[in-house]
Ligand binder design. Structure first.
Ligand SMILES: Cc1cc2nc3c(=O)[nH]c(=O)nc-3n(C[C@H](O)[C@H](O)[C@H](O)COP(=O)(O)OP(=O)(O)OC[C@H]3O[C@@H](n4cnc5c(N)ncnc54)[C@H](O)[C@@H]3O)c2cc1C
Length: 390
């Protein structure tokens, strides 16, 4: 289905207006429309034009989050992975992921073994992780150097097409009755005791519930329209290189010289290499690919490849921005959990979505619907609801 420049049905009041048609805005719209609410989604560009089409395309619990003891986040994400594997088998597929360990690896073999055991346990399903024969691995991954290889582990995780998945969820939201309008410029948002009035080019739209699901733009939207909020975000950009051919038979996780994790993932006829983490201070729309980041990914990949990649091998570079709730200084240690931030203004409610992952959109949408149903949550004016810690 195409969502090109669709006009809304000129209804001038909706039960809920959602800002942003990324994976979260679309899933929230679907969940609320399924409850019989009239829902309008306003998207300033196109469906999935933000982080939801610029991710690493993994549907995963996040093995590396176990290092930060984020067990509840990993468990919830693995639960969502199971749901997505069962319900979107054409878009979310289980793959074998490989974790080679080298003499210089920061993470010792016992730690990886323990982490994978815990990961499989938290998943509660799926194939067990196992150590694989080094010689067999090098035979299959024949473009990799053999030097200093200590051990290799294999485990299962899932891979998707983030853009297609987001469009599918948006399609489903529409099928449930939600209206999605793209290329919409919001001129102003006025909130009085009785209603939220959103001024658009085609006239005003009114609602009692405004959901801000604008991802990395959340702070900018709050500042521009004077919306109350309990958090601010760190904008963390990440680039991916698309290499013009397939380099490895299965996805591979490796360590950089500074001990960060990066991956090499084969796609149909290309290879995805990512990602970087850079704190950004400019507006989201002004964030650009930095040459240093390209060089960094090439350098780190070349440390493992027999034949070095050059910029000539790059077919495409894309950049996405994560909204990470401000906390620790080290971006790799900043939590990927999400928070819902609910405010009551007169009879209206404004709910912001902060943070999150592509993988966790089913839980997140469910929580939003629950929070908006709950009278108790409404009574707790301005309370920030921390999600993913239960
Ligand atoms: C480099 C990178 C790699 C990642 N890899 C993974 C991964 O492998 N697995 C995983 O689970 N997660 C991953 N993520 C996280 C995941 O991509 C995001 O958590 C998820 O896509 C966020 O979805 P969203 O709907 O909240 O935001 P977005 O997809 O960014 O959507 C926000 C939407 O709001 C719109 N918008 C902005 N301002 C306005 C406005 N004023 N009015 C109306 N609309 C507006 C934007 O145009 C955009 O379409 C990654 C993220 C990045 C950046």
């Amino acid at each position: 289905m195409s969502f090109v420049q669709k006009r809304w049905k000129m209804q001038d009041r909706y039960d809920v207006v959602v800002l942003g048609a990324g994976i979260n805005g679309s899933a929230i719209a679907k969940a609320l429309a399924q409850e019989g609410k009239s829902v309008l989604v306003l998207e300033k560009r196109r469906i999935a034009s933000g982080a939801s089409s610029h991710s690493s395309r993994l549907i995963h619990g996040g093995l590396r989050y176990l290092e930060n003891f984020e067990f509840s986040l990993v468990r919830e994400a693995l639960h969502d992975r199971k749901y997505l594997l069962e319900n979107y088998p054409d878009l979310v597929r289980l793959r074998q992921f490989y974790l080679p360990l080298y003499k210089h690896s920061r993470r010792p073999v016992w730690m990886i073994r323990l982490g994978l055991w815990l990961y499989t346990l938290l998943a509660g399903h799926g194939q067990k992780a196992q150590e694989v024969d080094k010689a067999l691995f090098l035979q299959q991954f024949n473009l990799l150097k053999a030097d200093n290889l200590k051990a290799v582990f294999r485990y299962s995780d899932a891979k998707t097409d983030d853009y297609a998945l987001t469009c599918r969820i948006a399609d489903e939201a529409e099928a449930c009755g939600a209206e999605i309008v793209e290329d919409t410029e919001i001129k102003s948002i006025r909130i009085d005791d009785k209603e939220v009035r959103i001024e658009l080019d085609g006239g005003p739209v009114r609602t009692g519930v405004l959901v801000n699901a604008t991802g990395a733009w959340v702070d900018e939207v709050n500042a521009r329209f004077g919306l109350p909020s309990s958090y601010t975000i760190e904008k963390l950009s990440g680039i991916h290189l698309v290499i013009d051919r397939v380099l490895v038979p299965d996805p591979l996780f490796l360590e950089t010289a500074s001990k960060r994790i990066f991956f090499i993932i084969p796609e149909e006829a290309t290879t995805l290499i990512g990602t970087t983490e850079r704190s950004e201070t400019v507006e989201v729309d002004k964030i650009k690919v930095n040459n240093e980041d390209i060089e960094y990914l090439l350098r780190e990949s070349n440390a493992y490849l027999k034949k070095a990649l050059t910029s000539k091998d790059i077919k495409e570079v894309f950049i996405g921005t994560r909204p990470i709730i401000k906390s620790a200084k080290d971006p790799t240690r900043m939590s990927r959990e999400y928070k819902l931030d609910l405010h009551r203004i007169g009879q209206n409610r404004v709910l912001h979505v902060y943070g999150g992952k592509l993988t966790t959109f089913p839980s997140l949408a469910k929580r939003v619907a629950k929070v908006l149903r709950s009278r108790q949550a409404v009574a707790k004016q301005g309370d920030a609801l921390k999600i993913g810690q239960s």
